[in-house]
Design a protein around this ligand. Structure first.
Ligand SMILES: Cc1cc2nc3c(=O)[nH]c(=O)nc-3n(C[C@H](O)[C@H](O)[C@H](O)COP(=O)(O)OP(=O)(O)OC[C@H]3O[C@@H](n4cnc5c(N)ncnc54)[C@H](O)[C@@H]3O)c2cc1C
Length: 470
């Protein structure tokens, strides 16, 4: 009897954890093929430094490939059911215990070489209480989260180890450099050379890199999708010493939530890279962006950076948050000559364009080399600039120094939200049987652990169908 065939599109966190879940249950009884548009992990080594740890030069910034976007990230694993999506709701819909699934995800990373050290804010009770007191005094919400930092130096090795174990233990094959241009209702995947292959089940997990492609495919096949809120803001860079107390004693990636006084917008810190670097990202059609990463636990930069993001929903007539976010990012990219803009906070506040001579004398030196000094207020709406200035002023009560004139502000920083695909509780399309979705690209998650969790849920859906059809 021929084996049941399963295709997974996207070898990121969602795809890898889905494959592992199915492999664990059915071993070699099923055939799983994982296709990824990007290169194998070995080829993602920095061509300049010939090692994993770069992630700062342009050739390294390939945001796809085996391991997905997480490979070049700092790999901060957030173990909290409220981070990265509504993980509790997703799990309880199919009677899963969310904490157990999160633990299972952590375990696979540990088994494959993740550092033992865990950052647990509840360990240092006095420091946590002190931080909470400071936050409460100025209406800032602090979200305590247990975290593990893989570090961008380790992440590729850990992913490679997961890939090896999937290949050796189960009938799972990886197909890097294989972009899937289309799929259809009969569960055929199409390939570049006009070939197609039919599967019993397809799981689509293309990440943010593939989210526009996925929404176009869904539209073509009559699968409904919904717009989600946009996260847009700036990346803030400060001397690392001002974050030492919080990042080393309480939480490695501290999450602060603020409601801004004037517009009552929700603004938050995200992706805090203590002793890390700001990096440039190149998106499609001349849109650049910034992100951040930290190489290892000890870090080796004198600065820390974090995204400061406003969440913005839109209603009719422009519900398309991606289009709106992209138009702001494009405008910022044009102003910066297709390089990220940098401005000191002092200049942004005082309405001056920053100049290179001033940046050279600034007490905080940028960790990104490829930038244009400029005026972010020329590119961003007044509302967002107001939110950022107000937010930093409030945050200064919790992190003294963050609102200094010398603080560096980078733009554009935006997290494109994928459209959410219409699925049942097992993340199977409501319109087409046997087609499942998971991860950031299908609007199900934001982050490594959350994407993995959605991969596991979709895998359980596929397993159920296989068992029920036997
Ligand atoms: C610089 C950076 C830093 C980050 N830091 C963190 C962090 O510290 N902690 C955290 O939790 N999250 C972090 N994230 C987010 C995290 O990486 C993502 O949330 C996570 O990788 C999402 O997993 P995924 O499986 O949904 O998609 P991805 O990891 O994006 O994987 C999707 C894969 O699908 C492939 N693909 C897309 N379209 C196609 C197609 N048509 N055919 C074939 N293959 C296709 C892509 O090549 C890609 O490899 C970071 C992201 C970036 C970019």
């Amino acid at each position: 009897m021929s084996k049941i065939k399963i295709a997974i599109v996207g070898a990121g966190s969602a795809g890898l954890f889905a494959a592992n879940e199915i492999g664990k249950q059915l071993g070699k009884e099923v055939e799983i093929k994982i296709f990824d548009a990007g290169p194998p992990i070995e080829k993602r080594i920095c061509p300049q430094k010939e090692e994993f740890e770069c992630a700062q030069c342009d050739p390294c910034r390939i945001m796809s490939g085996i391991g997905g976007a997480g490979v070049w990230s700092s790999g901060i694993l957030n173990f909290n059911k409220k981070i990265g999506g509504d993980l509790e709701k997703l799990c309880s819909a199919i009677d899963l215990e969310v904490e157990q699934v999160i633990q299972q995800i952590d375990y696979l990373f540990l088994e494959n070489g993740a550092p033992d050290k865990i950052f647990d804010p509840y360990r240092n009770k006095e420091e946590l209480k002190d931080l909470r007191r400071k936050c409460a005094a100025v209406d800032v919400r602090f979200v305590p989260i247990r975290q593990r930092l893989l570090g961008s130096k380790n992440t590729p090795k850990i992913i490679k180890s997961i890939q090896n174990s999937l290949e050796t233990k189960y009938d799972i094959q990886f197909f890097p450099n294989t972009k899937i241009p289309a799929f259809d209702k009969d569960k055929n995947l199409y390939f570049a050379n006009n070939k197609k292959e039919q599967f019993d089940y397809i799981l689509l997990a293309p990440g943010r890199w593939g989210m526009i492609w996925l929404s176009e495919q869904c539209e073509k096949l009559g699968i409904k999708t919904f717009y989600k809120a946009l996260d847009i803001g700036v990346r803030v860079e400060v001397p690392s010493i001002i974050l030492d107390e919080i990042c080393e004693k309480v939480q490695r990636d501290p999450k602060f939530h603020i409601i801004t006084p004037k517009y009552k917008d929700f603004i938050r810190t995200f992706c805090v890279n203590h002793k890390g670097y700001v990096v440039k990202e190149n998106y499609e059609e001349n849109v650049v962006g910034v992100n951040g990463h930290q190489i290892s636990l000890n870090g080796d930069s004198d600065n820390s950076n974090f995204a400061f993001l406003i969440r913005q929903k839109l209603t009719s007539p422009l519900e398309d948050t991606t289009k709106y976010g992209r138009s702001i990012a494009l405008q910022t990219s044009i102003l910066g000559g297709y390089k990220p803009l940098i401005q000191t906070l002092g200049d942004l506040r005082d309405g001056h364009r920053s100049r290179r001579s001033l940046i050279k004398r600034n007490p905080v030196q940028p960790t990104l080399n490829d930038f244009t000094p400029g005026d972010i207020a020329m590119a961003y709406p007044y509302r967002f600039i107001t939110d950022i200035l107000e937010g930093l002023e409030i945050l200064d009560n919790v992190i003294p120094g963050v609102n200094n004139n010398s603080t560096l502000i980078y733009a554009p920083e935006f997290k494109r939200s994928a459209k959410k695909v219409n699925t049942n509780e097992y993340l199977e399309s409501k319109e087409i049987d046997g087609i499942f979705f998971a991860g950031d690209g299908a609007g199900m998650s934001r982050g490594i652990v959350a994407a993995a969790l959605t991969g596991i849920i979709a895998a359980k859906g596929i397993l159920n169908k296989i068992i029920n059809n036997q």
